[in-house]
Write a protein that binds this ligand. Structure first.
Ligand code: GCV
Length: 707
């Protein structure tokens, strides 16, 4: 039997046995599910460490080949975390320079095994991670809630710690190590000062002790006012010696408990958080006082660039205006962490201008794994395609080929806001696990392809049968493009219903002239010039839609991009279609080269996205035989809701824009089934801590149907 035939036969077998045996699966095992038919014999002469013990246990429980492992500190070509695997006679051999590299090598082997790789004589792999800090940022609060968390409460049980250490922490560490994640920020960037109280630091130590053998270092988000709030100082002015001394003492206390502590993540002077600007100081002054405190221990400060406020600049320009003048002023253990785009994790944003403009300040990346703006835990949105688009973007900072991926390599830092909660299956939507997985894989190697990652995740999480993998992978790959179409096509952004801060469902009517208090609250006024067209981001007027950010007639945001992007974005003819409304105001009746008007084209986008989402339940039904009942039903219910919500978005946007521009529904567009006035009244009793339940959404939509 050829290898391919054998693989297919094996896959079929796996598929059938899954269908017959696994009638229920709670999803708690994530992608780490396969057990080996024969137990491996594992040999090493290396001295035993906790990390090595874990690696060997994984091998002997789950791998079906004999393996020899060897830690060789002279293998500097493998860096601190890399590994090499070779077939050596009848044994596989894993070599690394540190034990953690062996652990990563072991998980790599398990991944290969689950994906059906044949370990033939010429099997050989050498892997060195591209980024040094591959990090999760939890937005978990001490009271057990999770900001933008859609999978239950926090996994950190602060009220039980340090006395009781949940076994879930070990499972968490294992899952992360299996995809190369080596750092975690335990708490929300909207940080409680209490996090740094001694009692809580002892709890942090208990978690750090569990994560350490898996190669994971713990970081904390800190509140800049901590010296005042828990240190009882008069203020937190970073230039005052007593404030600096307080941070130094606190750092010592932390490192006494957690010797490999990673450092601090800080959200300062942003969305009401305290910061150095409260005392007339700069972000550099603020970051440096913390950096000096951490420096003796090798810790780093991750200072967020997500800043905006009541400035004259428009929100998407502010970070560059604020940080560019500070080049050269930060200590060398400070990294500035920028979101992938300049607004706020929208379904489609151009990359953050900081990545192309800052020269000396090391920049880290912040992606959002949790789907705040992409259907939360109700929609399937495979985010690897979005992240790849950003990582592969060319900033032209040092000529062509200056990708964002390379830029962040300078700091070595890539972070993702975690989508993990205490739900049994960790992420609530079974397919949200794929985003956690894909983030880790891309943090290890940003050159991996999104569809390859999806396929390996599917093979490990469900079955390696191609009859399952092919259609489901296609569905995953189409998901973000479809969401962009049915929610915010052509560069629209932030038109969510968010009166309760939930960012759930459509609300384009909120972002309009006349709704000043809301616009101020959301800081979504694009310029203070009252007369400027498109003053409000995505303001729809009788004539046009979009934000004019050109240098010719608009706010000049395009100037924050290097040539040739600046001119490319400035001209509608060369601007990529997905950013049209981000950079331009376009007349509803303007003719496009296709012959359609802009209005017709826009409606076609909503329609097309909704049509793609409508195919998802059928695709899933067609692979029913390969999936256990529990996950099958869970996914099916959510895909049906997603299809329904796509129509909700399409109808809400088209009906609202029609109410502004007075234009008829273009030919070929499915007539709306919802009533605009009723849609405007939908208001879920949800908040920043959870996503509306599918049954509540369905009920609300039933009530909004046209009579
Ligand atoms: C943690 C957005 C989210 C907030 C989040 C903020 C941030 O505004 O809606 O919940 O706060 O980003 O990234 O700091």
């Amino acid at each position: 039997m050829s290898n391919t035939t054998r693989n297919a036969a094996l896959g079929l077998l796996l598929g059938l046995s899954t269908a017959i045996v696994a009638s229920a699966d709670d999803g708690s095992h994530l992608w780490l599910r396969k057990s080996a038919p024969d137990l491996a014999i594992v040999k090493t002469e290396a001295p035993m460490s906790d990390t090595l013990r874990i690696a060997l246990a994984e091998l002997s429980r789950f791998h079906d080949h004999n393996v020899e492992v060897s830690t060789n500190k002279h293998r500097t070509d493998l860096g601190t975390d890399g590994f090499e695997i070779l077939m050596n006679g009848d044994k596989l051999k894993i070599v690394a320079s540190r034990d953690v590299g062996i652990l990563y090598g072991v998980y790599h082997l398990l991944r290969h095994q689950a994906c059906g790789t044949q370990f033939t004589d010429n099997f050989q792999v050498k892997e060195v991670p591209y980024y040094k800090f591959r990090m999760l940022n939890h937005w978990d609060n001490l009271d057990g809630t999770v900001e933008r968390g859609y999978a239950g409460s926090s996994i950190w049980k602060w009220d039980e710690l340090p006395g009781k250490v949940s076994p879930r922490y070990t499972e968490y560490a294992r899952a992360n190590a299996s995809i190369g994640i080596n750092a975690t920020v335990l708490n929300n960037v909207n940080a409680s000062p209490k996090m740094l109280e001694t009692a809580n630091l002892k709890k942090v130590k208990a978690i750090a002790d569990v994560l350490r053998p898996y190669g994971i270092r713990v970081f904390l988000s800190v509140n800049f006012a901590s010296p005042m709030v828990i240190g009882k100082l008069k203020d937190a002015d970073p230039l005052k010696p007593e404030v600096a001394a307080w941070w130094k003492d606190k750092a010592k206390e932390i490192y006494d408990l957690v010797p490999d502590f990673g450092g601090f993540l800080v959200k300062a002077n942003s969305e009401g958080q305290p910061g150095p600007c409260d005392y007339g100081r700069t972000h550099a002054d603020g970051a440096n006082v913390l950096a000096d405190a951490l420096k003796p221990y090798g810790g780093v400060v991750i200072w967020r660039a997500f800043v905006y406020g009541k400035k004259t600049e428009e929100r998407v320009q502010q970070a560059l205006l604020e940080f560019q003048p500070l080049e050269g002023k930060f200590r060398d253990n400070v990294v500035i962490q920028a979101k992938n785009g300049p607004l706020d994790f929208q379904p489609c944003e151009p990359f953050h201008p900081l990545f192309g403009k800052l020269k000396q300040i090391p920049l880290g990346m912040e992606f959002q794994i949790t789907q705040e703006y992409l259907g939360q835990s109700n929609h399937l949105a495979y985010l690897a395609t979005l992240w790849k688009e950003v990582l592969d973007s060319d900033t032209y900072q040092n000529g062509p080929g200056s990708t964002v991926a390379k830029k962040i390599h300078e700091s070595g830092m890539i972070a993702g806001v975690a989508n993990i909660g205490d739900d049994v299956n960790w992420c609530r939507h079974p397919f949200a696990q794929a985003n956690w997985y894909a983030f880790g894989r891309l943090a290890w190697n940003p050159d991996l392809k999104a569809d390859d990652i999806a396929k390996e995740w599917l093979a490990q999480t469900f079955t390696s049968n191609p009859a399952f993998i092919e259609p489901v992978c296609d569905m995953m790959m189409s998901s973000v493009p479809a969401i962009r179409q049915y929610m915010m096509p052509l560069g629209l952004a932030h038109i969510f219903a968010s009166t309760l801060g939930n960012h759930y469902g459509p609300g384009p009517w909120l972002y309009q002239a006349g709704n000043e208090s809301f616009l101020q609250y959301a800081s979504l006024v694009s310029t203070n010039d009252e007369k400027a067209p498109g003053r409000r981001i995505f303001d729809a007027t009788k004539d046009a839609l979009g934000a004019d950010r050109t240098k010719t007639t608009g706010t000049g945001t395009v100037l924050q991009y290097n040539a040739p992007l600046c001119d490319q974005y400035n001209d509608l003819k060369t601007c990529p279609e997905r950013y049209w409304l981000w950079f331009h105001r376009i007349g509803w009746k303007d003719k496009l080269p296709t012959g359609d008007t802009f209005w017709e084209h826009l409606c076609g986008e909503f329609e097309s996205g909704a049509k793609i989402a409508a195919t998802y339940p059928g695709i899933w039904e067609s692979v029913k035989t390969y999936v256990d009942n529990e996950r099958y039903e869970l996914v099916l219910g959510r895909l049906k809701l997603q299809a329904r919500e796509a129509v909700w978005w399409k109808d809400a946007c088209i009906l609202f824009y029609q109410s502004v521009n007075g234009l008829p529904l273009p030919k070929g567009i499915t007539p709306p089934i919802y009533d605009l006035a009723k849609l405007k009244r939908i208001n879920f009793p949800s908040n920043v801590h959870f996503c509306p339940k599918p049954e509540d959404v369905n009920r609300a939509l039933d009530g909004a149907l046209k009579k």
